[in-house]
Design a binder for this molecule. Structure first.
Ligand code: 13P
Length: 272
């Protein structure tokens, strides 16, 4: 993107009917079930050190497995990198073996939790109803929510991708207030692009990001929609991040595989 185009993009983001747009560019790393505690701390230390090379206005988040949230949080201390969980329980506390509550996440320093990742929807029966509960508990506890939405391959081939994303957003986020949306990020992750090496083209991604923003506007108004950060996820890497992030409605990425290499993750964060 030429400097002039960059300035134009920035300028169009600045004002909407005298409303200063607060939308933030963010790159978040979802480590999924990868790294041991030792590897995770080393990766976090590297990300924290390299994060100084990224533009001040780009936010960075990492989401390690539960077992090393605490240690990774310590490794990130003093850096701009924020800490996220990959999931949380749909109950406050009690007899829910194997679950981790929002208060436990807060207590180890999490600022965010990812919710509704397609792997959780697909393999662990995560429903929109459960996601409403999880989102409610997370927001009440003061955690930000990165809500994942996205269609499967067969749904895209059947031309249902807009409907699928609309219903995932409406079933969950429409239960909350405009004020709550300040603590929510949406991640559009087409299931067919996750871990497959197949990225959505910048045009495909932009089309659905703009649509997602329009669904937020329909419920909460234009200002809330313009302030909403919408990330793209699915085989995002240093070689394609620049083109994706140049799109008007793509505000960063939720990165899987490439987030496991600090240099790649940081390179992606330098792609705006
Ligand atoms: P990949 O970047 O490995 O495709 O994973 C994307 C993802 O699922 C992030 O949550």
């Amino acid at each position: 993107m030429h400097l002039n185009e960059k300035i134009a993009k920035f300028a169009t983001r600045k004002l909407l009917n005298n409303h200063i747009i607060m939308r933030k560019n963010i790159v978040a790393g979802n480590w999924k079930m990868n790294t041991t505690k030792v590897d995770g701390v080393a990766l976090a230390q590297e990300v924290a050190a390299l994060s100084e090379q990224t533009p001040a206005e780009v936010g960075l988040i990492v989401a390690p497995p539960f077992t090393h949230l605490c240690a990774v949080g310590k490794a990130l201390a003093g850096s701009k990198v924020e800490l996220s969980a990959q999931n949380c329980a749909d109950h406050v506390k009690g007899a829910y073996t194997g679950e981790v509550s929002v208060d436990m996440l807060k207590a180890v320093g999490c600022q965010w939790t990812i919710l509704g990742h397609s792997e959780r929807r697909e393999y662990y029966g995560e429903t929109d109803e459960k996601l409403v509960e999880k989102t409610r508990l997370a927001l009440e506890a003061g955690l930000g929510v990165i809500l994942c939405v996205g269609e499967r391959l067969e749904e895209r081939e059947a031309g249902k991708h807009f409907d699928v994303c609309a219903s995932q957003i409406e079933n969950v986020l429409y239960k909350f207030s405009a004020e709550d949306m300040k603590k929510v990020i949406i991640a559009y992750e087409p299931v067919w692009a996750i871990g497959t090496g197949k990225t959505a083209t910048a045009e495909q991604a932009e089309e659905i990001h703009a649509f997602i923003r329009s669904r937020i506007a329909a419920k909460f108004g234009d200002e809330v929609a313009e302030d909403m950060t919408i990330l793209y996820g699915g085989s995002c890497k240093p070689s394609n991040a620049r083109e994706l992030f140049a799109q008007k409605d793509i505000d960063g990425g939720l990165i899987g595989g490439a987030a496991l290499k600090a240099a790649d993750f940081i390179e992606i964060a330098k792609s705006f």
